[in-house]
Design a protein around this ligand. Structure first.
Ligand code: ZN
Length: 170
């Protein structure tokens, strides 16, 4: 495993549409392992493959429970993720991005989403997420489509020092 360089704006790969994975092989597993290590090192709560210069439809996320600080972190790996259900209810939150350092911004997103895709072995998976987990998933899937949160933020401002959990970078 190794830590990969995280691209920052205005790198053009961050603006491209990532390609679908068709082969679940050792190369894919090595990339996913590197992404997990890179996300943890950053540290961040999510990372899309495009952010490490691999324009492929993969993201990883690691998050516990926003309502329970003692809840263990859960690791999610999605290959070819797709949002299959979106709540009508929306919620505002403050996001940061490892690829857009130094700022955070307020973004309104659906409160809940269901994401389907595949795990690293090619098994189909579906996760119904709400709250911060749903926000992380949407932020990462945006990355795979070349979209940054700053594109739809109501406002952005300079972040002061360490970002808190509610503005964790992804
Ligand atoms: Zn991001």
């Amino acid at each position: 495993m190794s830590i990969r360089e995280i691209l920052t704006t205005p790198h053009p790969v961050l603006r491209g549409k990532a390609k679908k994975i068709t082969q679940f092989d050792d190369e894919l597993n090595a990339l996913i392992n590197d992404m997990i290590e890179t996300m943890r090192d950053a540290p961040g709560v999510g990372l899309a493959a495009t952010q490490v210069n691999a324009p492929l439809r993969i993201f990883v996320a690691e998050f516990g429970d926003e309502n329970d600080a003692d809840a263990p972190l859960r690791l999610y790996t999605f290959v070819n993720p797709k949002i299959t259900k979106t709540s009508r209810e929306t919620v505002s939150g403050v996001e940061g991005c490892l690829s857009v350092p130094g700022i955070v911004g307020e973004v309104i997103r659906p409160h809940a989403v269901t994401v389907t895709g595949f795990d690293r072995d090619g098994n189909p998976i579906t996760v119904a997420a709400e709250g911060w987990l749903a926000r992380i998933f949407q932020h990462e899937i945006d990355h795979l489509n070349g979209v940054l949160y700053t594109d739809h933020a109501l406002s952005v401002w300079e972040s002061e020092g360490e970002v808190s959990q509610v503005s964790s970078a992804a």
